[in-house]
Design a protein around this ligand. Structure first.
Ligand code: G3I
Length: 316
């Protein structure tokens, strides 16, 4: 059987993974990361707290390592993420800035980071997780201080900083049609109508076994009909632990269904999984008693989930 990457390339889409910087030194991890994927996303090292931990002091070391890794392996890099309420350093979150100051700080962050990586990054998550579950705007420090125009402002600044990068907005629990995805839909429609460059919408897809929305294709299609690319950006499917073999089989089928739902949409650019090995997944740290959410088990052996993604990409 071929690799995920070969199957994706044959379909003209990308297959990506989040990459944990500190795991690249493990040879098994590194081998899978370099051969199975043609796109990589920084799991943490391009977030604000990593890249500008204190005001005006930028640390690009981790991001540069990922860019070098991708170049060696002929992979695209997905930049994650510029404006997000989480993993935001305290000096921004609790700085007590007014709207003009916070806008200037955000513009400087976006411009400095995008300039540094200009030409290296295919897609940027410009704004991440702007919504509440009911489709209203999350009361982040950006929303509270600047108001919802922080979003349009971030995209305008990003478009100037790196005109070659595709600019995305990304969120979770927007995979099916629901109040939150309606909020996202209305925002993207309005931004486009206002002439703001938005190239893509990222559907994180942190999903739960046996609870995959049945209308992913329909939902992604309505976004594609707005003229933006749609991408599954952080796919994983978590299971109550311990997972039995029947559950792992169903998980494989559900991975296949999510991937094929995206590929069925004209305008689906690709799919990224949020880490490929259960040993490295964020899930057990956040959802107690859940795990096994990835394509490979704790020993980097492929699971039915791997075969599901391969099948979803049209491979075998
Ligand atoms: O870097 C420190 C390390 O020095 C320390 O020893 C260790 C002890 O806990 O913590 C390390 O920081 C952790 C960091 O990951 C790097 O490993 C943080 O505690 C931990 O909270 C952080 O979690 C990340 C999480 O975002 C934070 O929100 C996960 O790795 C990452 O997978 C996760 O990714 C997010 C996406 O960015 C956005 N969408 C949801 C997704 C899952 O939460």
């Amino acid at each position: 059987a071929g690799t995920l990457r070969e199957a994706a390339e044959a379909e003209g889409v990308f297959i990506g993974s989040a990459i944990a910087d500190h795991r690249l030194s493990d040879s098994r991890y590194n081998a899978i990361a370099s051969t199975e994927f043609n796109s990589v996303t920084a799991e943490n090292v391009m977030k604000w707290e990593s890249i500008q931990p204190s005001r005006g002091s930028f640390n690009f070391a981790g991001g540069d390592r990922l860019v070098d890794f991708a170049e060696q392996n002929d992979q695209q890099v997905w930049g994650h993420t510029l404006v997000w309420h989480s993993q935001l350093p305290d000096w921004v979150e609790n700085g007590g800035f007014d709207a003009a100051e916070l806008t200037a700080i955000t513009d400087e962050h976006i411009t400095t980071v995008m300039d540094h990586y200009e030409g290296d990054i295919a897609y940027w998550d410009v704004v991440n997780e702007a919504f509440n579950e009911d489709g209203t705007f999350r009361q982040s420090v950006f929303q509270q201080t600047i108001g919802e125009e922080y979003i349009a402002n971030a995209f305008r600044t990003a478009a100037q900083a790196d005109p070659g990068a595709k600019l995305c907005i990304n969120d979770y629990n927007i995979e099916g049609v629901n109040a939150k995805s309606n909020g996202m839909y209305n925002l993207v429609r309005d931004l486009l109508a206002a002439g703001v460059q938005v190239d893509c919408v990222g559907f994180q897809s942190h999903l739960i076994l046996d609870s995959i929305p049945g209308d992913i294709r329909t939902n992604l299609q309505r976004f594609a009909d707005l003229g933006v690319e749609v991408v599954v950006t952080e796919l994983d499917i978590r299971i109550p632990m311990p997972a039995d073999s029947a559950e792992l089989q169903r998980q494989g089928d559900q991975f296949e269904s999510v991937v094929s739902s995206c590929l069925a949409v004209d305008g689906c650019a690709g799919v990224t999984v949020w880490g490929f090995g259960d040993a490295d997944s964020w899930v057990p740290d956040v959802f107690e008693g859940q795990g096994a959410a990835c394509l490979y088990d704790e020993n980097y052996q492929p699971k039915p989930a791997y075969d599901g993604v391969l099948a979803g990409l049209g491979g075998e």
